[in-house]
Design a protein around this ligand. Structure first.
Ligand SMILES: Cc1ncc(CO)c(N)n1
Length: 220
């Protein structure tokens, strides 16, 4: 079993909790309140802007051209999706650019982006890319799980299609391959740190949806 398969299996309980989360069941059957999705999509645009920066840092630190291309491409796609898909949803759900600009990241959003940025700043390249991977893989799994049971018409169809798109699956596979290759060269201690980063980021994925579901804000 490859490294990615192992760490993927280790987070199985987290993945089950994600797939069962009411935010995602509501997305699939179209009953998710628009206000809840609006909270999510504004936070997600803040997330993608910061995540894109961390992908660019991964590209800068990548040991070979293939990895440099993959992460710089990912950095570009994060910005493109942030601007295109999100703008469409902003229009659909009545979020003005001013509202979006005035919104602060929630504790979950800031926690997740700051965690990935901290990997980029103070940890190894191997840990950084392990922390980057759940963003791809969890969304790919969610997209594929939701798509066959999504009701039509569904106000969230464009979101579901984006993450169930085979092209997104291919990108996920390529990042998995880079993580597997890095793990193969790494020491046991680094592999342990990679598994921890992967799990931590997967936890934040759950927290991100849960925070939108609760329409989280700062307690003070
Ligand atoms: C929080 C989060 N994780 C992953 C993705 C997938 O790109 C996203 N858009 N947002």
């Amino acid at each position: 079993m490859g490294f990615c398969d192992t760490i993927w299996a280790e987070v199985a309980p987290l993945r089950e909790a994600i797939l069962a989360h009411p935010f995602l069941t509501g997305l699939a059957d179209g009953t998710l309140p628009g206000e809840t999705f609006r909270h999510y999509i504004v936070q997600d645009s803040l997330y993608l802007a910061e995540y894109g920066r961390s992908l660019a840092l991964a590209a800068a630190r990548a040991p070979d051209a293939a990895a440099r291309l993959e992460f710089s491409d990912g950095a570009k796609v994060a910005v493109v999706v942030e601007q295109a898909l999100h703008q469409a949803f902003f229009n659909q759900f009545g979020v003005s650019p001013e509202m979006a600009e005035a919104t602060e990241p929630t504790p979950a959003c800031l926690g997740y982006t700051s965690y990935i940025a901290s990997l980029a700043a103070t940890r190894s390249y191997e840990e950084l890319i392990a922390g980057i991977l759940p963003c791809f893989w969890v969304y790919w799994e969610v997209g594929c799980a939701i798509k066959p049971r999504a009701t039509t018409p569904n106000p969230y169809a464009a979101w579901i299609d984006n993450y169930a798109d085979p092209a997104f699956g291919e990108a996920t596979k390529r990042v998995c391959a880079l993580v597997d290759a890095a793990a193969q060269e790494a020491s046991p201690a680094t592999r342990t740190a990679m598994a921890r980063a992967f799990k931590q980021a997967t936890r934040f994925e759950w927290m991100f949806w849960d925070s939108a579901w609760r329409r989280e804000s700062w307690p003070i």
